[in-house]
Design a binder for this molecule. Structure first.
Ligand code: ADP
Length: 141
């Protein structure tokens, strides 16, 4: 079923530092997704705890925190048909070394942690994450 959705993506610090923001956004725009809003920020410890609460008990959580706070990220509200599922498909699985060629992580990612992009994984997550980063589930400028 076709459904118009808005999802939240974060271009991760290593991808921003490598100058990959433009390529990532171009791939998404070429697939028909529209940028509704966009901002660059540094993730604070409080924001990270909230954003990765589902991983907080894992042994490598401190490494994720260090990595995600190592430089600015680019947060984007992206809209389009079935945006939540489709963007995750274009992104590929978490482990970049296992992500198929042609996916963003398969082509541009390094490993499990350094995997270019975060994207909301459900409608509930998208709503919470859009509010977290833009203060609204429909953050039109
Ligand atoms: P995804 O980003 O694909 O939705 P998760 O929500 O499970 O994956 O994990 C959030 C982020 O934490 C991942 O994108 C990755 O940067 C990091 N991460 C997850 N699992 C591992 C792991 N086993 N080793 C290192 N980093 C990991």
């Amino acid at each position: 079923m076709k459904q118009h959705e808005t999802t939240l993506i974060l271009v991760k610090p290593d991808a921003v530092a490598q100058g990959l923001t433009g390529e990532v956004l171009q791939r998404l725009e070429k697939n028909g997704f529209k940028i509704l809003n966009c901002r660059m920020l540094r993730l604070t410890p409080a924001l990270l705890q909230e954003h990765y609460a589902h991983l907080a008990s894992l042994p490598f959580f401190p490494e994720i925190e260090t990595f995600m706070a190592s430089g600015p990220v680019v947060a984007v509200a992206l809209s389009g048909e079935n945006a939540i599922t489709r963007v995750r498909e274009l992104l590929g699985p978490t482990d970049s070394t296992k992500a198929p060629k042609g996916t963003i992580r398969g082509d541009l990612g390094k490993d499990k942690m350094h995997n270019v992009l975060h994207a909301s994984d459900s409608a509930e997550a998208a709503q919470a994450e859009l509010k977290r980063f833009f203060g609204s589930t429909d953050p039109k400028v």
